[in-house]
Design a protein around this ligand. Structure first.
Ligand code: MF3
Ligand code: CO
Length: 251
């Protein structure tokens, strides 16, 4: 598949898909607290998406059994919500959510503190978020895709963190995953040229320790190999003639 360039009409639909998902994340952020289960988050997130007339795009995607990926502590991404998994004070929890609005997908992730967390855990969350913003400084027409990757990697690694390599960001539009793949780790080549109308889901996944990951027996949950904490931050971004537009943040 080739990289799709969205028309003005498609960009309007992507904007609305992004704005609605930003609202969902705002509500989910307020919902996270010690004592709730990861399944409670999934149920609430699915309701928030459906109440907006949208469809949860993760549900049944390649057999994934929920609407929100809920990944706790050393879980990197794709944690499966479970009514027995109760969030504890001091945990960190990554929420990855996506929806379809009039045929157009949005995708975004945030990592939240549960109650009071350690300084180290808060720094991991903050650096992961900031690595995204370091990356999108390069998300401009005329630059190249891997300029983004290399900026993310350089920033996260300057804190001694491991940048996950086995999973990457992606183009997004009428499908959740479109070309191109967007690595977060250092690339030798600069990659394809960025063009206005590209919509990209940029999603650094950063471990406190090694970048290496493994999969649990459920075949979904990705965990850090050394058991260290992991954080995730993702937005759907539009490439324009000027500054990039972050579609999944409220203006
Ligand atoms: N944000 C993730 C991604 O971009 C979540 C999708 S995986 C799913 O790949 F299977 F849970 F849908
Ligand atoms: Co994604």
């Amino acid at each position: 598949m080739s990289v799709t360039i969205k028309s003005a009409r498609e960009i309007e639909l992507m904007r609305e898909a992004g704005r609605l998902l930003a609202e969902v994340h705002e509500e989910l952020a307020k919902f996270v607290k010690p004592g709730i289960s990861t399944k409670d988050i999934d149920k609430y997130g699915e309701k928030l998406i459906r109440d907006r007339g949208c469809i949860p795009n993760f549900l049944n995607y390649n057999g994934y059994p929920a609407s929100i990926c809920v990944s706790v502590n050393d879980e990197v991404v794709h944690g499966i919500p479970n009514k027995h998994r109760i969030l504890q004070d001091g945990d960190i929890v990554s929420l990855d959510a996506g929806l379809i609005y009039k045929g157009y997908h949005s995708d975004a992730a945030r990592t939240h503190a549960v109650g009071t967390i350690s300084k180290e855990a808060q720094q991991l969350i903050d650096v992961t978020r900031q690595s995204f913003f370091e990356g999108i400084k390069y998300a401009k027409a005329g630059n190249r895709l891997h300029d983004i990757s290399n900026a993310i990697a350089a920033y996260a690694e300057s804190f001694g963190y491991g940048v996950v390599r086995d999973l990457v960001g992606h183009g997004i539009g009428t499908a959740l995953h479109e070309d191109p793949q967007i690595p977060n780790f250092k690339q030798l080549r600069r990659g394809i040229k960025l063009v206005p109308g590209m919509t990209l889901a940029i999603e650094p996944m950063i471990n406190e320790g090694t970048w290496e990951v493994c999969w649990l027996d459920d075949d979904w949950t990705v965990v850090s190999e050394d058991g260290s904490l992991s954080a995730h931050y993702e937005n759907t971004v539009l490439i324009t003639d000027g500054e990039p537009e972050i579609l999944t943040l409220l203006k």
